[in-house]
Design a binder for this molecule. Structure first.
Ligand SMILES: [Zn+2]
Ligand SMILES: [Zn+2]
Length: 60
């Protein structure tokens, strides 16, 4: 068994690893354009806010 594990992107809203089967969206921060924001299906459905770690931009 390999110790290497697939790096799952962390949802920016809930800080949980996203599952490949989920309908995950990724986009760059609309404010600074430097940070890649990941949002899992659940957070999109619930319109949970996210916060950019670089510029602090918050929004859905
Ligand atoms: Zn999430
Ligand atoms: Zn930003």
């Amino acid at each position: 068994m390999s110790k290497e594990r697939l790096q799952l992107p962390i949802c920016t809203s809930c800080n949980r690893p996203t599952l490949p089967k989920e309908n995950v969206v990724k986009f760059y921060c609309p404010e600074c354009g430097k940070v890649l924001i990941w949002r899992c299906e659940k957070c999109r459905l619930l319109s949970r806010p996210y916060k950019c770690v670089n510029c602090g931009f918050e929004g859905p």
